[in-house]
Ligand binder design. Structure first.
Ligand code: ATP
Ligand code: MG
Length: 405
């Protein structure tokens, strides 16, 4: 058994000693059977939230209304969820109302896919009423029960199906795929934050091409951010050697290919963090520029190492070339630069103001830009006295120009 299961075993044992049932459930059991790395352990129990709290001295009410209590044991947190059935589903979303039950099988029955609907006891015995193990062998994603009903109850499952394809490289069961085609439009009722979270997992998956092809075939992509909506974007991406690209590269690639007029608006609508949006838009500017030009020292410096590497990888992929490892090449270039950041300049804007005795304004930053270029192009050393002379020279020149007018 995996180390994480062994560490969590006393938690299960304490629930059992108190007279309740308790099992490992969900993704951890699936990943254990798949021999994939396990991230976190989820435990399901017949104990109600209050009963769970009476068993353990340290708990946090993370989602008590849904039956989830965080138990702190040996400095680690374990999410323990009471067996539950979900009753009413409103607007194709998971219900707010849950009903606590005492049956493991019913709890497993409300779960989305057979591969996610297995439990394991503390001895390692698998409880598998919906043949999840068989579907693992067949590499198949199949809903527990009628796919039409299950997607209708909670349309996020449409996204989850495709993101598991991306993570596991499994195929969709035929019935599940047919229901996905039929019910793709239900995704419009799901909160964008939830879709985006699944989207990020999908774009990080090892089998992302397979998942993108399914999204395109089932038209699920029509309910994704506009950047991915156009058919040609996905059609092009799946033909490119994208295997080494992470999710942020794929956002940038789609952004480049979709040629949308107002990318910032799109990202904001999808509630992406502002920092991420800014980085992507900066990277897009450099990518557009780089597609028709070669890097100069100054442009590399302006882009910064991270964006330069990202752009360079995409330039290769857009030419249908497998990206070579360019980090080392770009690292070497940056190592040769006299400065790699404005803060490395031997002077500051305040020095310029003191030397010139002029009033502050945007000209200071413009002058610093010029100065950076001179230093990067090795026309001027990054030394205080040399720079002071250079600034004085610039001042005299601009005075001459003014007096001529
Ligand atoms: P990951 O490795 O990404 O954490 P996971 O399968 O553990 O994958 P979670 O979102 O952590 O996914 O959910 C834990 C378990 O809860 C799932 O394995 C599944 O049994 C159940 N589950 C999660 N979301 C849904 C849903 N929308 N509908 C039904 N069951 C769900
Ligand atoms: Mg999980």
């Amino acid at each position: 058994m995996d180390r994480l299961f062994i560490e969590a075993k006393p938690v299960i044992q304490q629930l059992k000693n108190a007279g309740y049932e308790a099992y490992y459930v969900g993704g951890a059991v699936r990943d254990y059977l798949l021999k994939r790395e396990i991230h976190d352990i989820d435990i399901a129990t017949s104990a109600t939230p209050l009963e769970i709290k009476s068993v353990f001295p340290t708990t946090v009410d993370v989602g008590i209304e849904h039956g989830t209590i965080l138990v702190i044991y040996e400095k680690k947190g374990y999410e323990i969820t009471t067996f539950r059935a979900e009753t009413k589903y409103i607007d194709f979303r998971r219900p707010e109302d849950v009903m606590f039950i005492r049956s493991l099988k019913e709890d497993l029955q409300r779960r989305d896919f057979t591969i996610n609907a297995m439990a394991m006891d503390e001895e390692g015995n698998i409880i598998d009423p919906f043949n999840g193990q068989e579907d693992i062998k067949k590499k198949c994603i199949k809903t527990v029960g009628s796919p039409t009903e299950r997607f209708g109850e909670d349309a996020l499952r449409l996204m989850r199906a495709v993101r598991f394809v991306s993570q596991l490289g499994f195929k969709l069961d035929m019935g599940t795929e047919e229901a996905l085609i039929e019910q793709a439009p239900l995704l419009q009722y799901i909160a964008i934050e939830r879709i985006l979270m699944e989207m990020e997992k999908l774009l990080t998956g090892k089998y992302v091409k397979q998942a993108l092809k399914i999204a395109r075939k089932t038209q699920l992509h029509e309910y994704w951010p506009a950047i991915f909506k156009q058919d040609h974007v996905i059609d092009q991406i799946v033909e490119m050697p994208i295997e080494e690209l992470d999710n942020r590269h794929l956002w940038l690639l789609a952004l480049y290919l979709c040629k949308t007029e107002e990318p910032q608006k799109q990202f904001k609508k999808w509630k992406m963090p502002m920092k991420e949006i800014k980085k992507l838009l900066r990277a897009l500017t450099f990518l557009n520029w780089r597609m028709n030009s070669k890097w100069t020292n100054v442009q590399l410096y302006r882009a910064g190492k991270e964006i330069a590497v990202m752009v360079e990888k995409l330039v290769q992929v857009l030419q249908y070339e497998k990206p070579q490892s360019i980090e080392a090449i770009i690292d070497k270039k940056f190592a040769e630069f006299p400065i790699t950041d404005r803060s490395h300049l031997a002077i500051t804007g305040t020095d310029i103001l003191e030397w010139t005795e002029q009033t502050p304004g945007p000209w200071v930053s413009q002058l610093l830009n010029q100065l950076e270029e001179e230093i990067l192009n090795k026309n001027l050393p990054n030394e205080r006295e040399m720079i002071r002379r250079w600034v004085k020279g610039w001042e005299n020149q601009s005075r001459d120009k003014c007096s001529k007018h």
